[in-house]
Write a protein that binds this ligand. Structure first.
Ligand code: SF4
Length: 361
C-alpha cells in the first residue's frame, strides 16, 4: 500500500490537470464540483461550475436562492435531483450549522444528496480527513491493480473496493491520493485498453502482469434501454402558450416542459396527444398539426417525442401528474428551468415556424 500510495502521489504531483476546483480549498466549492462531477465529464462540468459559483458563491446565497434559479443554472447538466438536493442541503446548513459544512464524512452524509462518495471526497479534499472514495474510475483501477475478477456490482465486492480504498486513504495527503486515483482512472487506466506504459502502478499491477486489463472490471451486462414513444404540443390560447412543471421527485423533476405524455403501445401519436392533454391537463384539442420528432437517450430509456402544434384548446386547465402550469408569452418558457428534451423541442419549433402537415415517421 505504501509503495502504491507514494507512486500515485508522485505521479499526481507531476501530471495533475489544472482544474478550477483544484485551485481552492473552499469546502463549498469542492462540494459543488464533486456533485457536478458525478456521472458527468470534467470538460462539461467546468463552465457550469464557474457560472454556478459566480451566481451562488457560498452556502448562504444558495440557501436563499429560488429553486427555479438553481435548476436554471443546472439546466443541461442532467440528473436534476443533484441540484435540488444541493439547494435543500444548503438550507439545512444555514438552519443547523451556521452555513458551514461539517468536516467529517459522517456529518456530511446526514445532508440531503450526500452519499458515501461525495462525503469521502469533500472530507478528504477540503478537510484532509483520511476518507476513501470509490467511483467508476477508482473501481476500475483497483480491480486491475489488485486483480479483483468478480462482478463489481455484488455488495461483497463493492465492500472490498471501499476497504482497499480506505487503506490507501489512511496515509498522508488523503485528498490528493483520492484525486490521483480518480485521475489515473480517467486518463491512464481507462476503460477498454489502458495506457499501461504511462502508468505509475505498472510494476505492482496484477492485470498488467496477466495481460487481462481490458476485461476488467467485470460488470453485469446492462439491460437494453427501454424505448418510449411520447407526444407533446405547443398549445396556445389567446396568444399565450401552456407550460407545465414536473413534480419535484423523479426524472426531470421540477423542470418545465410542453404538455403531453407517453403513448400507449401502437397508439397513433396525434390521438395519444389528444388523450394525454385531456387526461393530464384537462384540455381538448381537435386538430393537432405534426411538426417533427425529437429523440433523446436517458440512462435507461430511449425517448422519441412527437411534437405538435395544437389549435386553441377548450376546457379548464386541470393537472394530473404535473405540479404547476403557466400560460406564458411565447418565448418565456426559455427563461424557466427546462431540460435537454425541451430545448430540442423548442429548437424544432423554431426551425418550423409554420404548421406543416406530414406523415409521422
Ligand atoms: Fe491500469 Fe495498466 Fe496501470 Fe494496471 S498498469 S493500473 S491496468 S494502467
Amino acid at each position: 500500500m505504501k509503495r502504491v500510495r507514494n507512486a500515485l502521489l508522485r505521479w499526481y504531483d507531476a501530471e495533475r490537470r489544472d482544474l478550477p476546483w483544484r485551485r481552492t480549498r473552499d469546502p463549498y466549492a469542492i462540494w459543488i464540483s464533486e456533485t457536478m462531477l458525478q456521472q458527468t465529464r470534467v470538460e462539461t462540468v467546468i463552465p457550469y461550475y464557474e457560472r454556478f459559483l459566480k451566481r451562488f458563491p457560498n452556502v448562504d446565497t444558495l440557501a436563499a436562492a429560488d429553486m427555479d434559479d438553481v435548476l436554471g443554472a443546472w439546466a443541461g447538466l442532467g440528473y436534476y435531483s443533484r441540484a435540488r438536493n444541493l439547494k435543500t442541503a444548503a438550507q439545512a446548513l444555514v438552519d443547523t450549522h451556521r452555513g458551514r459544512l461539517p468536516e467529517d464524512a459522517e456529518g456530511l452524509r446526514r445532508l440531503p444528496g450526500i452519499g458515501r462518495y461525495t462525503a469521502g471526497a469533500v472530507a478528504s479534499i477540503a478537510f484532509d480527513q483520511p476518507e476513501p472514495v470509490v467511483d467508476g474510475n477508482v473501481a476500475r483501477v483497483l480491480s486491475r491493480l489488485l486483480g479483483i475478477r468478480e462482478d463489481i456490482s455484488r455488495p461483497a465486492v463493492l465492500r472490498r473496493f471501499w476497504q482497499e480504498a480506505s487503506e490507501l486513504a489512511a496515509g498522508p495527503r488523503p485528498g490528493d491520493l483520492n484525486q490521483a486515483l480518480m485521475e489515473l482512472g480517467a486518463r491512464v487506466c481507462v476503460s477498454g485498453e489502458p495506457h499501461c506504459e504511462e502508468c505509475p502502478l505498472a510494476s505492482p499491477c496484477d492485470a498488467k502482469r496477466l495481460g487481462d486489463a481490458a476485461t476488467l472490471p467485470i460488470k453485469r451486462p446492462k439491460l437494453p434501454a427501454r424505448r418510449v414513444e411520447a407526444a407533446a404540443a405547443w398549445v396556445v390560447r389567446r396568444g399565450r402558450v401552456l407550460a407545465v412543471r414536473r413534480p419535484p421527485e423523479g426524472l426531470l423533476g421540477g423542470l418545465w416542459e410542453l404538455p403531453g405524455g407517453e403513448l400507449a403501445s401502437h397508439e397513433d401519436p396525434a390521438a395519444g396527444l389528444q388523450r394525454s392533454l385531456r387526461e393530464r391537463v384537462g384540455l381538448a384539442v381537435s386538430r393537432p398539426e405534426y411538426v417533427g420528432t425529437v429523440q433523446h437517450v436517458f440512462t435507461h430509456r430511449r425517448l422519441r417525442l412527437h411534437v405538435f402544434r395544437s389549435d386553441p384548446p377548450s376546457g379548464r386547465t386541470r393537472l394530473e401528474g404535473f405540479d404547476a402550469h403557466r400560460w406564458l408569452a411565447p418565448r418565456a418558457l426559455r427563461e424557466l428551468p427546462h431540460g435537454a428534451v425541451t430545448r430540442k423541442v423548442l429548437a424544432l419549433l423554431d426551425e418550423s415556424p409554420a404548421p406543416r402537415p406530414g406523415r409521422i415517421p
